[in-house]
Structures are given as structure tokens and as C-alpha cells.
Design a protein around this ligand. Structure first.
Ligand code: HPA
Ligand code: ZN
Length: 328
């Protein structure tokens, strides 16, 4: 499955940082973040809320645009090695310059330079979804949305929200999402992972998003599953992340297959791959084992993902062509 071309819609840029890369940065800067790592060198956390703390501690080592340039290259190299041809990554002005617009522009410039280099060298295409961080609150989300709106374009194509899904309500962030929509950005938000089905309804009604990050807990509400299928809402499903965080006990118990059977548009992503000890290849291998999916099934998922990608039509056509090229 490693060489199969893949489209990935849901990763967090800092969450894809190899632990050795973060450890190296901490050493260079004389920062002590030893609490972040397990004895085996991987990231250590005990549940989702602890994960968010460890994520922010690891991210604190990324202090300059140059750090993000190196990070972006390292992340894209790893993704390309697993066959990813197009990837959308969540990026946060909160972590890149503290929501200051001119600082954010500098970080963005460095990230885009790295993306251009990776595309020229490895063919992988990166697009960005600016995310606000839910537990930082609606006020900060407004500032984040203003940064996103000012830099919307070919590279920054979407706006979303990550962070602690149990902090506040989706609707508290409506101003930020309205601002992003008015700037032409496409919208997604994390829902239906740590929040139940109502959090997905709130995301659709109050934030008017067209994709949902995770959304898997829709399976607990039959009417909602039908609604998602009818409205062709795309779910950015990250099965390995859900299993690593204990949302489901095992791959066979994961609802992705039941959602697909019921006609919901599902796609496959890694979320924060080194944190959850996963890669796109591992996701595909485990899903093939659990549900008997084969290369044709995965091609179908990738075509759904390419159509749901927040890129322009020319980019989408290029991606679809690459997916088709594997046809004999
Ligand atoms: N979920 C929610 N928020 C996040 C994540 C995640 O996996 N990674 C970084 N912020
Ligand atoms: Zn996520």
C-alpha cells in the first residue's frame, strides 16, 4: 500500500513533527522539554487532554520561520515517502507569531517556500487550512480568522478549528467562521470526536462548515447519518488517531465502514502521525485487514478526498490525473 497514491485532508503541521526533529530543536535552543518524550523516544501522553498539553510543549520549540521551513520539509518528505501526493495541513497563527499578522506572513512565507521546494523535488502538493484553537477561546479565534482572511489565496484555502472539543460551543466561534467564509475560505471543524452527534449538528448549523474533522460519532444518531449522506458532508476520518486515543477499542470496531455503507462520504487521514504511531501506509494496511478493502476501495476514497479538497480546480485536476494514472 505504501506506493499507492494518496490524498490526505486532515493533518496538523506541528502534530506531524518527527519527535527526533523536536528533540533536536530543543537541544539547539537549550530548552528542557524532556516531559514530552517517552523512554523509547516517541511522544508520551496519557489521554487526549494530556496530548494537547504535550502538543503545545513540543510546539514551543518552534520559534522562528526558519524552524517552520525545516518542519514543513521534514513533514512533506515523510508524507511523500508514504505515497501522499496531496496533503492539507492545519496551521495556526497562534503558534506562528502569536496571531500578529506581519509575523504570521513571515512564517507563512517560510512554509510556502518549503512547500514549493518539496513539490519540485517530490511532487507532493501542500495546501493550508488555518485553524483556531478552541480552548484558546472565541476572542483569539477572531484574531486567527483575521490572519487567515488577510492571507487567503492559492495556498491558504481553508479555515477550521482544532483543540479541546469540550471547551465552549461551536456557535461561540461563528464570528471567526463568518469572517473566514467572507474571505472566500472553505470551512471545516473538529466535531463528533470528543463531542457527541449534537456537536456535528452544531458545526453544520452554527458554523456552516462543508467538511467535518472526525465526525465519527455521527454513528450514534441514525437521522444524522442520513443527513450527512444526503448533504454530502465529507468526514475527515482518522481511524488510527481514534484508536490510539481510546475512542474505539480496535480497528474492527471503528465506524468508518458502517458510515461508508450508509452512504456518508468518508476519507482517510493520520491527524498527528508520530503522536499516534501511524502513517498513511499503516492506516491503509490496518483498514484493509479490518474491512477487506483493496487498492480499488482506496482509490475510491482518494477520489472522494480529491473532490473534497479545498484547492482550486486546476490543482484538483492534476491530483485526479495522478490518481487515474495508476489505472492499467
Ligand atoms: N485534535 C484536535 N486538536 C488538535 C489536534 C488533534 O488531533 N492536534 C492538534 N490540535
Ligand atoms: Zn485533528
Amino acid at each position: 500500500m505504501k506506493s499507492l497514491p494518496k490524498v490526505e485532508l486532515h493533518t496538523h503541521l506541528e502534530g506531524a513533527a518527527p519527535p527526533a526533529f523536536i528533540r533536536g530543536l530543543a537541544q539547539e535552543k537549550g530548552m528542557d522539554i524532556s516531559g514530552v518524550f517517552a523512554p523509547d523516544g516517541g511522544y508520551a501522553f496519557k489521554d487526549f487532554w494530556h496530548f494537547l498539553k504535550v502538543y503545545e510543549a513540543a510546539t514551543s520549540t518552534l520559534t522562528t520561520p526558519e524552524d517552520y521551513h525545516r518542519l514543513t520539509l521534514a513533514v512533506l518528505e515523510e508524507s511523500a515517502a508514504h505515497g501522499v501526493i496531496y496533503t492539507e495541513s492545519f496551521m495556526s497563527p497562534d503558534f506562528c507569531g502569536g496571531r500578529d499578522l506581519s509575523a504570521w506572513r513571515e512564517y507563512l512565507h517560510a512554509i510556502q517556500e518549503a512547500a514549493a521546494q518539496a513539490e519540485a523535488q517530490m511532487g507532493i502538493i501542500l495546501r493550508a487550512v488555518v485553524t483556531c484553537v478552541r480552548h484558546f477561546g472565541p476572542e483569539k479565534a477572531r484574531e486567527t480568522a483575521l490572519c487567515a482572511a488577510e492571507t487567503a489565496g492559492d495556498f491558504i484555502t481553508g479555515f477550521g478549528m482544532g483543540g479541546d472539543e469540550q471547551s465552549g460551543k461551536q456557535g461561540d466561534f461563528a464570528w471567526a467562521f463568518d469572517c473566514a467564509r467572507e474571505a472566500g475560505l472553505r470551512l471545516t471543524t473538529h466535531a463528533g470526536e470528543w463531542g457527541g452527534p449534537q456537536s456535528i449538528r452544531d458545526a453544520l448549523d452554527d458554523l456552516r462548515v462543508e467538511r467535518i474533522g472526525h465526525g465519527v460519532r455521527a454513528i450514534e444518531d441514525d437521522a444524522l447519518v442520513d443527513h450527512l449522506a444526503e448533504r454530502e458532508i465529507v468526514l475527515e476520518v482518522c481511524p488510527g488517531s481514534n484508536i490510539a486515543l481510546g475512542l474505539y477499542p480496535d480497528w474492527q470496531d471503528h465506524p468508518i465502514e458502517r458510515l461508508r455503507e450508509r452512504g456518508v462520504k468518508v476519507t482517510i487521514s493520520t491527524d498527528d502521525p508520530p503522536f499516534f504511531h501511524t502513517t498513511m501506509t499503516r492506516e491503509y494496511d490496518r483498514l484493509a485487514d479490518a474491512f477487506g478493502w483493496n487498492e480499488d476501495s482506496f482509490r475510491d476514497f482518494n477520489i472522494v478526498a480529491a473532490h473534497a479538497a479545498f484547492c482550486d480546480t486546476e490543482t484538483r485536476a492534476r491530483v485526479l490525473k495522478k490518481l487515474e494514472q495508476t489505472d492499467d
